[in-house]
Design a protein around this ligand. Sequence first.
Ligand code: GDP
Ligand code: ZN
Length: 297
Amino acid sequence: MQGNELIQGIVVKTYNSFYYVQTNSSQITCTLRGRMKQERFSLLVGDIVQYTLNGPDKGVIEQILPRRTKLERPMVANVDQVIVTFAAATPDLHVGLVDRFLVLAALSGLKAYLCINKIELLPADRLQDIINLYRAIGYPVLALSAKEGTGVAELKQILYGKISAFAGPSGVGKSTLLNAIEPGFQLTTGELSEKIGRGKHTTRFAQLLPLAGGEGFVVDTPGFSFTEFSGIKEAQLADCFPEMEPYSAHCRFSSCLHVKEPQCAVKEAVTDGHIAQSRYASYLEIIGELREQRNKF
Ligand code: GDP
Ligand code: ZN
């Protein structure tokens, strides 16, 4: 089992100085090659590495391949997409909060899906309004019920072959959905109070959970925290609202932030109903927060 052959895999878990690397359906426990010890603190779950074997299930990491993306909280490399998960009810769906998560996904450079769970709890017409709102902007929307099994197969298909992170408020059913997709995950589900311990403890030590057959991975802790709004510039925000793009080029001022400026094409589009009021309200709210932060420093 000794060899010089470089084998490629993905780091799914780190513990002390051990890196658990998944290749096809086997997991290899790796250490870092001596000359790479400086990478000890920068090697992340999600990194693609090349290793050599020095035992049946033991290896040495020789190389780290370039990263495509990097999530900060939790720290995970190479996440492809975020499944922004909300419940149709219990807890109530607040579109303002949905928009914040979609902005965070955009800032991380990740493709976002909007996944609405517990659909059996909301009348079909109200659900359809929400679905239409986000589909019109261009977000792929999934409506499902982990409880009744609706839409779970579709979600599974979206996760296939990708590294996905689930984001969204507590209690919307993220763990239940993941267990429905892969019963082997056995994630704790239930009331918020029962889960606080796990949430706090695992945030720093995210793991990738392999989907059956190694065809894709999910991050085991919900992605994102709201602190990430800090550090972004007000002028960047409109880029996170894709429906504003066709209009912003027609504003009177090229530096228009679409707040109080005259002859703002974005505001006109809101008045004319081309941009949803709720989305524009979310935009103003976040702009306001960014201004407050800026004034503090
Ligand atoms: P998480 O905090 O987002 O991981 O949420 P959990 O997976 O722990 O689920 C929170 C609660 O919602 C649990 O009591 C689940 O049984 C319940 N739940 C999950 N999915 C559904 C669903 O589709 N319909 C209903 N009615 N309840 C659900
Ligand atoms: Zn404008």
